[in-house]
Write a protein that binds this ligand. Structure first.
Ligand SMILES: [Zn+2]
Length: 108
């Protein structure tokens, strides 16, 4: 079962943004609403974090991924540690969250 991902949607123009942010980058509107969107998308890139910052020390090592969601916004998340090293461009979906961050797995 795939998880949803929280992003911001501008109430004025509808642009999606990964947030957190106080203003829309398209129209500078300040009315940004939290939306849960489908997590399916395309892996842009990823890297392994072997020495995490203090707040995430107990989670490490973990892989940070940049994913362009099918709804049209690019977000950061993590990669499932059990996934083989996925190629940029491959299809992914978030199946769980870790420390409130979506964890993506290969979907095809
Ligand atoms: Zn806007």
């Amino acid at each position: 079962m795939s998880e949803m991902v929280s992003v911001l949607e501008c109430a004025s123009c509808g642009q999606l943004d990964p947030g957190p942010r106080g203003n829309c980058t398209a129209c500078y509107g300040t009315d940004l609403i939290v939306r849960n969107v489908e997590s399916s998308g395309q892996l842009i890139s990823w890297t392994m974090i072997r020495r995490p910052p203090t707040a995430f020390r107990d989670d490490g090592p973990y892989a940070v991924a940049v994913v362009k969601l099918d709804v049209g916004v690019q977000v950061t998340g993590r990669l499932d540690p059990m996934a083989a090293e996925p190629a940029p461009g491959s299809r992914v979906v978030a199946l769980t969250h870790q420390s409130d961050v979506p964890v993506f797995s290969p979907s095809e």
